[in-house]
Design a protein around this ligand. Structure first.
Ligand code: FES
Length: 261
């Protein structure tokens, strides 16, 4: 019996639930993950600043609006309209529990990895002082991003159906915009704060139909939450892909292949 217990709990790199990506990181040197995070997040931050403030105006082409500019409340004025939008998704990501782990390890080296000891030995203050206590506002940014996500779905609707024309458009652009909002929704609706919001604070789910509904909602959020890191990265890449594609259309580098009904 003792042998059986030992075998059933022996760690295996091929154990069920360990993704190929996780196995790859485990096999890599400890610095590979933080170095990759630093490079990717730095490139994304630089790109976001460029497209929002230095790319020459609103990134829009025909029925396609860049996610960096949606919702487009103000289209004129000296300040880029992206400013009124970007704060919520950027702060949402900056305070995300997964991204915190990633950038604490990668940028602050505090510590750089699980099996690497602390490089600095200070009293641990947690997230009780400025600026890290701002991370506790993650749920507030979640509310804002839920609204933005609704507008992004509306943008996809406009791209497909183009109200007023009576036509439906299917194209590479509509496909990219749909993919982007699906990935962003998978990231947003797998949020740890949302999971607690819909299913937390209860001792028993069976006492009423509302509690049972909350349990079902919690179960759905939990499915997405199990791959939260994956959705975090994929949605970040899809935002850039969508923006780049619309920049190319806007600049006339190519036209969007599409059919209309
Ligand atoms: S914990 Fe990652 S988005 Fe909320």
């Amino acid at each position: 019996m003792a042998t059986q217990v030992a075998l059933s709990f022996s760690p295996s790199p091929h154990a069920a639930g360990v993704s190929p990506m996780a196995r790859m990181w485990r096999a890599a040197p400890w610095w590979a993950y933080p170095a990759t995070v630093v490079i990717v997040l730095s490139c994304f931050s630089g790109y976001a600043i460029w497209t929002a403030f230095f790319s020459g105006g609103i990134n829009q082409s025909g029925p396609y609006l860049s996610p960096f500019y949606s919702p487009l409340f103000w289209s004129t004025g000296p300040v880029s309209p992206a400013l009124w939008v970007l704060w919520s998704p950027l702060l949402f990501r900056a305070t995300c529990y997964y991204y915190r782990k990633a950038y604490y390890r990668s940028f602050f080296w505090d510590p750089p990895s699980c099996a690497v000891g602390e490089l600095r030995h200070r009293a641990y203050r947690g997230e009780t002082q400025f600026p890290l206590f701002l991370n506790n506002m993650h749920r507030v940014f979640l509310y804002a991003v839920l609204i933005v996500t609704g507008f992004l779905w509306y943008d996809v609707f406009l791209a497909f159906f183009q109200p007023g024309t009576g036509r439906v458009q299917l194209g590479i652009g509509t496909g990219i915009m749909l993919l982007n909002v699906v990935l962003l929704s998978a990231y947003t609706f797998g949020c740890h704060s949302l999971r607690h919001l819909v299913g937390g604070g209860l001792d028993c789910y069976a006492e009423s139909s509302i509690r049972q509904a909350r349990y079902r909602a919690w179960s759905w959020v939990s499915i997405l939450n199990g791959r939260h890191a994956m959705w975090a990265w994929l949605s970040m890449f899809s935002v850039v892909l969508t923006d780049v594609y619309i920049h190319f259309l806007h600049a006339g580098i190519f036209t969007d292949p599409h059919i209309t009904f």
